[in-house]
Structures are given as C-alpha cells and as structure tokens.
Write a protein that binds this ligand. Structure first.
Ligand code: NAD
Length: 259
C-alpha cells in the first residue's frame, strides 16, 4: 500500500455549524474553527448573544455568521436550517454542543418535567440537528459530526439522573450513527468533557472547585473551554478520516482515576 501523503490538517473553507455557540465550549469552538479558516455558523437561543460572538470573530478578520436556533424546538431547527442552507449551499461539519444541566433527585415532584426538558435539549436536540443536516453532510467531501457528551456519559453523580442518562444516550447515539453513516463517509465522534470552566459551572464556588479538583482530577484543576475545542477540532480534520465511533475524554484524567 502506498503512503497516504496528502492527508490534510486544514479545515480552511469548511462550513461548520455549532449549537450552543454563544457561550463556553461552543463559543471557544467557534473561535478556534474560525481561526483555522472555517466558515463558522454560530447558533444559540439568544439573538444578541449570537451576534456578539459573530461580531467578535469577524472583527478578527475571520468568517462567521449567526442564527437563532433552539435545538429543543423542531420548528426552530427547520427554519434556521432552511435559512442557513439558502445562504450556504452545504455544511461540512456539525458540532452538537448545546446543553443545560438541571440537578434533581428521583423523588422530586418535578422530576419528569426536568427529565423531559433535559432529554429534549441534550439528546433529542442532537438527533434533530443530525437529521436536519444530513442531506447537506452527504454532499460534503469531509463530512464530520461531533457530539458533546460528558464524563457523566461514562459514570454518574447523585441527583443528576436526567443529565447522566441523556449523556449516556449521546454516546450510544454516536456509536450507532458511526456504524450507520460509515458507508457514506460521514464520521461521528464524541467528546466527554470533565469539569470545565464555563457558565455551566460558574456558580460552583472556587473553593469547592479546588477541593474537587485536588481530590478527583489527576491534573488538579478544571479544564478550559479552549482545551475541549482543540479536541473537537482534531476529530474534524480531513486527516482524521479513519476515526469514527470514538469517545474521547477531555477530563484531566478524572475518568481513569480510581482512588
Ligand atoms: P454553557 O452554559 O457555557 O453553554 C451552553 C450553551 O448552550 C449556552 O449558550 C446555552 O444558551 C445553549 N443552549 C441551552 N439550551 C439550548 C437550546 N435549547 N438550544 C440551543 N442552545 C441552547 O455550558 P458549556 O459548559 O459550554 O456546555 C457545552 C456542552 O458541554 C453541553 O452539552 C454540556 O452539557 C457539556 N458539558 C459541560 C461540562 C462543564 O463542566 N462545563 C462538562 C461536561 C459536558
């Protein structure tokens, strides 16, 4: 077999859609992909927050565009996608990142409400986006899907069962679609971030973060959103053409630590 000498590590000109991209890891991913020359479609719930990110990216001379897209609302997904595809005939990369975290115990009166809401955003939201983007991804030369799960997709913390089960579901979805879409050349991979400094964790007191990190994380700290964004980028490179169905922890070693 001859050497593959033309495996590219550039995503320049590729069109990437990122959900939940107005904050945290989604925003860091939008910024990184733009820095790498991609045309970045920033989507999130709030128009102003989306526009702020787009403006920031474009003011650096990179290319981004923004759309309001609620992953839990079928109509919002289809109307945003038709607007996006009218402007950009194709998509190459989908990053399913949008997320919420609601803590609730199994005997809470509102448990089923939280269960439904959590699954609607975290798991069905990813399914909605994949289904909506699929016709376009099929036409791409380097089609990539990256689903953001969590270390909660590999283990469990108390009072998080809706979140934990949805994140386990994201891993199952990733593996299943990697198998199903492989013949189309579409890769489907998954990132499991550990504790990361974003809006989702900002209410946790710094002292508690330090105690937790010291006890549980071999690298002794929370991660930064950019560190997750780089892992996501790796899955999306044209040269990552034989990586599919992978589940990558970006967690400072949290998952492998036993005691
Ligand atoms: P974040 O709160 O900073 O960002 C989440 C973004 O998702 C927000 O901009 C929010 O508006 C958006 N969003 C929420 N509901 C949405 C909906 N229905 N439609 C579209 N957008 C919606 O949090 P983050 O930490 O950057 O989270 C990104 C992803 O990483 C999530 O899937 C989260 O579950 C996952 N995650 C986070 C951590 C962590 O420690 N921060 C750890 C593991 C996994």
């Amino acid at each position: 077999m001859s050497r593959l000498t033309k495996l590219s590590r550039s995503i320049k000109g590729h069109i990437v859609l990122i959900t939940g991209a107005a904050s945290g890891m989604g925003k860091a991913t939008a910024q990184l992909f733009s820095d790498e020359g991609a045309i970045t479609i920033v989507t999130d719930l709030d128009k102003k927050a989306v526009n702020d990110v787009v403006q920031e990216i474009n003011s650096n001379g990179n290319k981004a565009d923004g759309f309001v897209l609620d992953v839990s609302d079928e109509r919002s997904v289809s109307s945003a996608l038709s607007e996006i595809l009218e402007k950009y005939t194709n998509l190459d990369i989908l990053i399913n990142n949008a997320g919420i975290a609601i803590s609730t115990s199994i005997d809470s009166d509102d448990y089923e409400i939280f269960w439904d809401k959590t699954h609607d955003v975290l798991l069905k939201g990813q399914v909605r986006l994949i289904r909506a983007c699929l016709p376009s991804l099929k036409k791409s030369t380097f089609p990539r899907i990256v689903n953001i799960s969590s270390t909660e997709g590999l283990g469990a913390s108390p009072k998080h069962s809706p979140y934990t089960s949805a994140k386990h579901g994201v891993i199952g979805l990733t593996r299943s679609l990697a198998v199903e879409l492989g013949s189309l050349g579409i890769t489907v991979n998954c990132i499991c971030p550990g504790p990361i400094n974003t809006a989702m964790t900002e209410k946790i007191p710094q002292k508690d973060k330090e105690i937790y990190s010291k006890r549980r994380v071999p690298l002794k700290r929370y991660g930064e959103p950019e560190e997750v964004a780089h892992a996501t980028l790796n899955f999306c490179l044209p040269s990552s053409s034989f990586i599919t169905g992978s589940v990558l922890q970006v967690d400072g070693g949290l998952t492998v630590k036993r005691a």
